[in-house]
Write a protein of this length. Structure first.
Lengths: 346, 346, 346
């Protein structure tokens, strides 16, 4: 277990330390927790008015608060401009994800023509192909595969089981979680007399710096030219990025969100869970697509977009759902009624 | 191929054996099949009235039936209270999934500080990290990775390619299918001036006993505290369980179902395929969520819940779908018409 | 980089070469690109009227065109009947996916009772189990696992991390992309007093020739009998095929499409992204299911089928979505109004 002094934590987070009566700046912080669950030794945070009610009775040793909430903090306050951001930074202090000694572990297979920086880690069972380059401080997890000519940038971590095909370029300080696949073939076939003719996918994948990608996510290589993921993009588990898609810088995509071939998603977009974006369209910077929404045409104006119906108990839902199938008929009836009644009213 | 006597099968399944004329209790049962597809040597079952019509002509050697159906069984009857449950137990008799000799196979990498029970199997290419514990009779499949401090309970099987991150606890007698990922980082980032600040995920994952998890499923570790999967939970392929979710005992979740961060799903729920549950809500014990439904608020009352629209041919669907976008307008027109007509009627 | 003469390309694609003024049949073709992005040395194609406007100014060295467009081609024309199909064939010429020398690489584990054709490749970290058969020219990628008694047909490629369970049969000339799982247990459990009783999945998986399967896709083994994928079927990433499903020849399934247990999908169907087909139903040959559609009953008549609602800005969507929950009530009001107004009109 890690522990830090209040003073150290305040310095690391750029917070102003306001000690509670009896507290000392050398007091230990040994963990992080929510206001309600925190115990002695914990640092907590008040980032939303929803949790304000838990402030009074928190057992935390210290709380990250805004100036406006500092007076109400019953324990030591660490005053910051943005408590949620400061909390995020605090999690880095307490992160205990294991680290590994630089070098190539026993059981890894590194091709003689691969270039692995001496400060990089290649863990057991990983396969590094010819002409691949692994940057300084990069960590290639157990049983990962890096294809020919692919580049893994400095400081980037591939967790266990990640597969990067040939001719893909991953930026610096990225993290890719387990069993995700970068650079598999886009889904391209031409109809032929006797079935489907494969369109070989000749492009690659280009991923910017500071990108995080979840587990079991797939990013296909381009058919002609690259699939491109911008800087600072955050991608959750089970996401599908098809061939030749472009995702703008700092866009975030939740689990199961999918972008079909050659679509362009702007910068700083938020794509919620299971949202789909069809192929060959563009989504404006700053657009928000809500959960399970299917976007079927280009969006030029940023804003929030939705589709689907509200959920309800199945019995009620069925009654309404049946009417959906009659909707055009109902609308026509209303129009006719309006005509009749309007006339009648005159 | 396995074979058992009718007598042995009856004893194993707690069934009352009613031999058909000419049959003997030592007759061989060599397989299982449906009433319609069964051949000589097969055991079959009648578990639903839908299949009753196949009973008369079945070529099965014996059939699991309820007392009420026994008289109509043209072949040897194995009378049980619950034929479907008895059929499930019969599948265990005929299961031919390969077994492996205890020990650490050549090509596995076991850290010197890991504890592997001598009755456990660690197959080729598996990586067992420092301070991990592998319980008695557990099977760690080829190319699996078990992280530091993680525990795999007695009798639990990880099939090929499963990744368990550090500090996760898998119960006893679980089965996790290939390429699933337990304990990767939850999707947590705080907005910062220059993009997103990572919220390191400091919690773990805790999975109860007798849990089965399909292939390519992901269960993220908690941000603070654990993600918790109850006892006897059954999870299909491609399921996503986000950080700090709790799934109650014996709940079943079909393919692509997803639960967002910090949501709590009750006990004995049935979550159908591609159903989504948003973050920070609770679902009552015994709730059923239908396929592709998006649950956007807490459910306090058990029952069945649905969203979406019925499918139809695309031409009809388009006509109705266009009207969905006019629905508020149509409803207002109807209200106005009511006013007018109501008045007129008075 | 590859390069071919115009003459060679024309011969390979069965095209009629019509040289532009100053061009020679020995001129080099060094790549492929779209009309708009092509540069000198590139072969391009005009396969859709949408792209006709780019023909005039293309910088391509040659363009695959139909006879009808040949006169308008400002550069060398390669005249073919189907330019898109010819383009697909051209991608095969320029494919630079790495090839490997036949044999078993260092770090692979091949069981002494497995049969690996001497012309096959088994890459590092792959595990080939007892009685598995690997056909002529097949490529088993790094860290793949092939289970007991399974067959990988001649010329079939498993890319890195693919898991094939025991007793599965993959045809010839298939390609399966990384981290997909073939033959894991179908999701079958019988309700029991103390939770769920596992139905062991006694069947296997049978995949025809010329099938392509994307990354992170799962095809479950049958409960009784096999799950069957027909010849020439094309399956994208993240697809779920449940136990005992049958997919007809040449059907194509996009990302996240899913077929539940025992459903039968016909031949030459197109199943779009995130479309779901419930269990135990049949879909006619040649049916098209649109994105995110849930098919809940058998389709006997080929055609295009859809469900869901159009997307719009969330504010408008909310107004309409609320009305969906009142739809049955609205329909009843309209019916009443019709009665009243109809009577009034008489």
């Amino acid at each position: 277990m890690k522990n830090f002094s209040l003073d150290h934590v305040a310095t690391e987070l750029g917070a102003e330390l306001r000690l509670a009566p009896g507290a000392g700046s050398a007091d230990d912080i040994t963990g992080l927790n929510t206001l309600a669950a925190a115990a002695a030794g914990d640092l907590s945070f008040l980032a939303s008015a929803n949790y304000r009610r838990f402030l009074e009775d928190t057992a935390a040793t210290a709380v990250l608060v805004k100036e406006a909430d500092a007076a109400d903090c019953p324990v030591t306050a660490l005053v910051v401009e943005d408590p949620y951001l400061a909390f995020a930074r605090a999690t880095a202090l307490f992160d205990d994800t294991p680290h590994y000694a630089p070098g190539i572990e026993h059981g890894a297979q590194v091709h003689e023509n691969a270039e692995v920086d001496p400060t990089a880690v290649v863990r057991a069972g990983a396969v590094i192909s010819a002409f691949a380059k692994i940057g300084a401080g990069a960590v290639i997890g157990p049983n990962c595969v890096v294809g020919e000519d692919s580049v893994i940038g400095a400081g980037t971590q591939l967790r266990a089981g990640v597969v990067v095909y040939h001719s893909c370029h991953i930026g610096e300080h990225c993290m890719i979680h387990s069993n995700s696949v970068i650079g598999s073939d886009g889904f391209g076939f031409a109809p032929a007399a006797d079935g489907w003719e494969k369109i070989y996918q000749l492009g690659g994948v280009e991923i910017g710096d500071h990108v995080e990608i979840g587990s079991c996510t797939t990013i296909d290589r381009g058919a002609l030219g690259n699939t491109v993921i911008g800087r600072g993009v955050k991608i959750d588990n089970h996401v599908q990025i098809a061939h030749n898609v472009e995702i703008g810088d700092y866009t975030a995509m939740a689990a199961y969100s999918a972008v079909a071939g050659s679509a362009k998603v702007g910068k700083r977009c938020l794509i919620a869970g299971d949202a789909g974006i069809v192929g060959h369209i563009s989504i404006a910077d700053g657009t928000q697509v809500m959960a399970k929404t299917l976007v079927t045409s280009s969006i030029d104006k940023p804003g929030s977009y939705s589709s689907g119906t509200p959920y309800s108990d199945t019995r009620s839902w069925r009654k309404n759902a049946v009417r959906f199938s009659q909707l055009d008929k109902i609308a026509r009836k209303v129009a006719e009624l309006e005509k009749k009644v309007g006339k009648a009213g005159k």
